[in-house]
Design a protein. Structure first.
Length: 228
């Protein structure tokens, strides 16, 4: 029997791993190094935003102005620099339940796996590296491609088609994520979304946020045998 879905795109934070606030730590270190302000991104941003959105909103809040292009590039560079140590030293870092078994099985069953995330591409690979998860993903869409989650999903799907060697239709793709932003981004690209209530949002909040199907963790079966 042919598969309904050929391609599965995974969010990172709260879906595959939790970094134990390494992301927030790296932003705080970057702001403190450059501006002497240990900025708390959680006071100004929401879970599921892209890194460019997080950086700009936090900059505007703590410095009361917009960054120049040069300032913003420098901030992103220093944030990524500090992220390496923050992830390596995070006592709360862990690969979430079911991931280690699910990803190899999906590859064995012939699914094309990719990443769709608000992280900048370098930050995404830093976070996945500690959990030895980079090896499962041949491509992705990242916050460094666009600050808009819909465009990030579209770009991930385009790259999936390049890797596949033939176009992949949106209806043959699933996005797996843990926030309403994931569902919004998926639907903007014509892709269905499975919400995973494994982090900060409940199953009902994910349904209300637009997820087409909801599971409580990646230990549960994905709905790969039905069209959502």
């Amino acid at each position: 029997m042919s598969k309904i879905y050929d391609t599965i795109l995974f969010d990172i934070d709260g879906t595959l791993i939790t970094s134990g606030d390494a992301g927030a730590t790296s932003w705080r270190e970057a702001f403190n190094e450059i501006y002497g302000i240990p900025a708390d991104i959680s006071a100004f941003t929401d879970t599921g935003m892209t890194d460019p959105e997080v950086g700009r909103k936090t900059f505007q809040a703590v410095l009361d102005r917009d960054p120049s292009d040069e300032e913003f590039s420098h901030l992103l560079d220093r944030r990524e620099y500090h992220l390496v140590a923050a992830v390596a030293n995070s006592s709360g870092y862990r690969v979430l339940a079911g991931v280690d078994r699910l990803l190899p099985r999906l590859l064995q069953e012939g699914y094309l796996l990719g990443i769709v995330t608000g992280n900048l591409e370098g930050a995404a690979h830093i976070k996945l590296h500690r959990g030895n998860l980079n090896r499962f993903f041949a491509y992705g869409g990242f916050g460094s491609d666009s600050p808009d989650r819909k465009e990030v999903t579209k770009i991930a799907l385009q790259r999936a088609s390049l890797v596949n060697g033939a176009p992949i239709a949106p209806e043959a793709c699933l996005v797996i994520g843990d926030t309403p932003h994931d569902a919004e981004g998926a639907h903007g690209a014509g892709v269905k979304c499975v919400g995973v209530a494994s982090h900060k949002f409940t199953a009902q909040e994910l349904r209300d946020g637009g997820a087409d199907y909801v599971i409580t963790s990646l230990e549960e079966e994905l709905p790969l045998d039905r069209a959502l």
